[in-house]
Design a protein around this ligand. Structure first.
Ligand code: F6P
Length: 542
């Protein structure tokens, strides 16, 4: 039996339904601003490195009071302590979940000695590769997938301002050879470092790419595999069998999608250096402390997680869009998809009982302003309400090569970027009435349509909720805090839903079926296959 109650057994769950029926459903953010002159101050919060404006959400004091009551009923604080203490909260795999221990200062979390020793060894290796005068390495090819790719790839892209221009980091994840082949083009084995990242060291895609990379290395006359290939894994034995002797190990209590803080962060450390990697950890730790200590009502991961529950289970919103207004964060939505949807895309509670309520929303998005010219139309005028999360970065960092007129121009572009970010959340909230649309001139509109018909096409419902997160600059520390914020927010909604946010059995079936189909793609054997799969396989073989 789960130690913690289900949300739907909480009296506050019923009270929230009642509150939603009576006032929540009709809540209008515009009216809330009119009634609450200090709404921005009331609903914004400075957490470590991250400022959050929640004021454009469909939330009021009563909603928050009930959500906090729900958090108490499900014993959120006790669940949080179980996380930090290293209790085996990933109970279907009998594991603790201790990514927070990876970023805690020495002596302040479980397994501290092992963690510090592993970190020191990984950082020393990273700096030895980064020292190009000695290593001669110009290119690092990182091979991994899922949690062994998305975090490092996203962070390295975000922190480009900290990467030497002479060092190129490449990330290969897909079993599709079109991922590896273009990366290898033009590389020199003597100046290339490969890192094979796989927690289990059994993942088909990663092993196939690693074998192919090794074949390329030897074919190109590469020597000294021991020097040019390293592995980051919790299965050092399998890495050794593969032929990799430089191995950085980690533990089963680090989940794949929570592993960028471990040796899986090796490409990050090579890219930005040991001190910046430590700053990334420190930023995350600051957010850990905030999450662990701040009262629930002023605790940013708690507020965001509870807001997610409010939207998912009471408003019935099934998706959330993330719009980072920083090109360096363009892979953040993909990273968050794994973090949130692999963690909370579950259909049974901790006791294996079916849930009568929704869990993970679909998380998706694109960097602003690009998304504005693609799907924002639907956010503004579509039939679904999709809460949007804007991420703004106040100060740009273009790199030392940007100066003079170019710098002036790019700074001006940054101002335009920020104006776009503010304008989108404003437009989603304000909307535009048909009367306002009629009153406006619309030079490109058809003259053949009646003004009121045209106005209906050109009006916006408004009252579309959004949150804005703001960073002073995109630094290792602020990025660490931002990622930790998301990790804990996912923990909060998962804790309310009484699910195991730390397993991922849902990806196993496809893997098993792939293994059984693979030989059939050569043999053509259709025995026992369903008609669709048999038909598709036959076409592929023809
Ligand atoms: O997609 C399933 C999964 O197990 C993820 O959870 C994990 O991040 C990814 O595969 C890669 O696994 P590994 O690091 O063991 O290669």
């Amino acid at each position: 039996m789960s130690l913690f109650p289900r949300c739907d057994s909480s009296p506050h769950w019923a009270a929230l339904h009642n509150h939603f029926q009576h006032t929540g459903a009709a809540f209008d953010v515009r009216q809330a601003f009119a009634a609450e002159p200090d709404r921005f101050q009331r609903w914004s919060l400075q957490a470590p490195e991250v400022f959050a404006d929640l004021s454009k959400n469909r939330i009021d004091a009563k909603t928050l009071e009930l959500l906090l009551g729900l958090a108490k009923d499900v014993q959120l604080e006790a669940q949080r302590e179980a996380l930090f203490n290293g209790d085996p909260i990933n109970h279907t795999e009998g594991r603790a979940v201790l990514h927070t221990a990876l970023r805690a200062p020495a002596g302040q979390a479980p397994f501290s000695d092992e963690v510090q020793a592993s970190l020191d060894r990984m950082l020393a290796f990273a700096d030895s590769v980064r020292d190009q005068a000695i290593s001669g390495i110009t290119d690092v090819v990182h091979i991994g997938i899922g949690g062994s790719d998305l975090g490092p790839a996203m962070v390295v892209q975000a922190l480009q301002a900290y990467v030497p221009a002479t060092l190129k980091l490449h990330f290969v994840s897909n079993v599709d050879g079109h991922d590896l082949a273009p990366v290898l083009r033009g590389l020199n084995p003597a100046t290339t470092q490969f890192v094979v990242a796989s927690k289990t060291f059994t993942t088909q895609e990663t092993l196939a790419n690693a074998q192919a990379a090794k074949a390329w290395f030897l074919q190109q006359g590469g020597t000294d595999i021991a020097r040019h290939f390293a592995a980051t894994t919790s299965n050092a034995k399998a890495a050794a069998e593969f032929g990799i002797t430089t191995t950085f190990a980690f533990w089963d209590w680090v989940g794949g999608r929570y592993s960028l803080w471990s040796v899986i962060g090796l490409p990050i450390a090579i890219a930005v250096g040991a001190e910046n990697f430590k700053a990334l950890l420190a930023g995350a730790h600051a957010m850990d402390q905030h999450f662990r200590i701040a009262p629930l009502a002023t605790n940013l991961p708690v507020l965001l997680g509870l807001l997610d529950v409010w939207y998912r289970n009471f408003h019935g919103f099934t998706s959330r869009s993330v719009a980072p207004y920083h090109q360096g964060l363009r892979r953040l939505p993909a990273y968050l998809q794994q973090l949130e949807m692999e963690s909370n895309g579950k259909g049974v509670d901790r006791d294996g009982q079916p849930l009568g309520y929704g869990t993970s929303p679909v998380v998706w998005g694109e960097a602003g302003t690009n998304g504005q010219h693609a799907y924002f139309q639907m956010l503004h005028q579509g039939t679904d309400v999709i809460p949007v999360e804007f991420i703004a970065v106040k100060t740009p960092q273009f790199g030392a090569h940007v100066s003079g007129e170019l710098l002036t121009r790019l700074q001006d572009q940054h101002t335009k970027l920020l104006a776009n970010c503010l304008a989108q959340s404003q437009a989603l909230m304000q909307g535009k009435t048909a009367e306002a649309a009629v009153a406006e001139s619309a030079p490109t509109a058809s003259k053949d349509l009646a003004p009121d018909v045209l106005a209906r096409h050109r009006s916006f419902p408004g009252n579309r909720p959004s949150t804005t997160l703001m960073l002073e600059a995109l630094t290792p520390a602020s990025l660490g805090a931002l990622i930790a914020l998301y990790e804990h927010r996912v923990f909060v909604s998962g804790a309310v839903w009484n699910i195991n946010s730390f397993d991922q059995w849902g990806v196993e079936l496809g893997k098993a079926l792939c293994n059984s189909l693979l030989p059939r793609l050569t043999s053509g054997d259709l025995t026992g296959l369903d008609a669709s799969t048999a038909g598709l396989l036959t076409r592929l073989k023809r």
